[in-house]
Design a protein around this ligand. Structure first.
Ligand code: KIV
Ligand code: ZN
Length: 399
């Protein structure tokens, strides 16, 4: 099975989004965790952005030994110089040079022509390659770049020494078919036996970042750029945890392997939330609070009989401490019986029926029945049943 490189850009693209800025210590803490998680490449920062980011990139580069450390630079001398300074202490450095290639960006943002862009790419990749063993080139806005010109930019970068070519869907505009097609054309242009690694980098503006990344894998891409919790510019990047779990659960469909330690996904997600103070939405796949929570009675019944009925991966496999059977108005009797049992109350059928009736009444008001509510209700039921002669069974003592 082919190995797929995971390029984590939480500390760079992720950090660029509002509310996610991190200082040196925070970046270091997260970088250590992402290395443990098994990312092949950690993009530590964009050193030209600020002296602090240069410093943080150097600190990450000095400490991270197993993962490769990347630093980003536009195809400009001062950027490349700063990125190289950031990478100086790295054991395994990667210089990441980018330039926009779509006519829209060339004309309105950079105000340069296609020819000049080709020159800048060649010059900066060649310079970078003289000072760093590994250079990646990204054609910003690749998915909206005219394909023949895109191939010319790829050729310029490869001829100048880039060995990884990243073709980002910078504005999240692509569909899976379009994106895969672009990679197939570029791969055909490079030739099937070219050693160049193609890389995908997807933004989630249309909610397609993961689907586009998977389509890119189908088209032969062997590096995916992604972030913890899917943070990143605007709607974010492809989420690392979703990608890793999709490749695990649907390995029959995507036969590639990664070095990601699945059970570290949830702790890594939690660490990012703790550091930044930004929590993930409850319905977020894999790491959201509801990703392994079940409220509907039919689902709870299935889960209690066999978790695979309503879970495609077990919570412990991704480091989530436990699934939650949420007690609310949609819940069934079996879930109440199970929760009461976990709380130490073995109930008779009559007790359970009364407890269930009162809990459902309460759930209409409270939305969710907490353990405390449940204990109050079972005590209430037992008190009222003790007050009248018992007709069926007797209550088991509370431990
Ligand atoms: O989205 C993008 O195009 C980028 C590049 C700088 C890689 O983040
Ligand atoms: Zn990006």
């Amino acid at each position: 099975m082919d190995l797929l490189d995971i390029f984590d850009t939480t500390l760079r693209d992720g950090e660029q989004s509002p509310g996610f800025s991190m200082n040196k210590e925070e970046k270091l803490r997260l970088a250590r965790q992402i290395e443990e998680l098994g990312a092949d490449i950690i993009e530590a920062g964009f050193p030209i952005a600020s002296p602090g980011d240069l410093d943080a990139t150097r600190a990450v580069a000095a400490e991270i030994k197993h993962s490769r450390v990347a630093a980003l630079a536009r195809a400009r001398q001062e950027d490349v110089d700063a990125a190289l300074r950031g990478l100086e202490p790295a054991q395994k450095p990667r210089l990441h040079v980018f330039l926009a290639t779509s006519d829209l960006h060339l004309k309105y943002k950079l105000r340069i022509g296609r020819g000049q862009a080709l020159e800048q790419i060649s010059e900066m990749v060649r310079f970078g390659r003289r000072h760093c063993d590994e250079v990646e080139f990204s054609a910003e806005d690749a998915s909206r770049t005219e394909i023949d010109y895109l191939c010319q930019t790829v050729m310029a970068a490869v001829d100048s020494g880039a060995t990884i070519i990243n073709l980002p869907d910078t504005v999240g505009y692509s569909t899976p078919d379009d994106y895969a097609e672009m990679f197939r054309k570029v791969r055909a242009f490079l030739g099937a036996d070219s050693p160049v690694v193609l890389s995908a980098h997807c933004h989630d503006d249309l909610g397609l970042a993961l689907a586009n990344s998977l389509a890119a894998i189908d088209a032969g891409v062997r590096q995916i750029e992604c972030t913890v919790n899917g943070i990143g510019e605007r709607a974010g990047n492809a989420s690392l945890e979703e990608l890793a779990v999709a490749l695990h659960v649907r390995n029959n469909r995507y036969p590639v392997r990664t070095r990601i330690q699945l059970e570290k996904l949830y702790p890594t997600s939690r660490l990012l939330s703790t550091i930044t103070g930004v929590s993930v939405p409850p319905n977020k796949a894999v790491v959201g609070a509801n990703a392994f929570a079940h409220e509907a009675g039919i689902h709870q019944d299935g889960i209690l009989k066999n978790p695979l009925t309503y879970e495609i991966i077990l919570p412990e496999k991704v480091g989530v401490p436990a699934r939650r059977l949420v007690l609310g108005k949609h819940s069934g009797r079996n879930a109440f019986r199970a929760r009461l049992g976990e709380l130490g109350f073995e109930t008779t059928d009559a007790e359970l029926a009364e407890c269930y009736r009162l809990a459902i009444l309460r759930a209409d008001e409270e939305k969710e029945i907490t353990d405390r509510d449940l204990v109050t209700i079972i005590h209430q039921v037992r008190r009222s049943r003790a007050a009248v002669p018992a007709t069926s069974g007797s209550a088991t003592p509370v431990p």
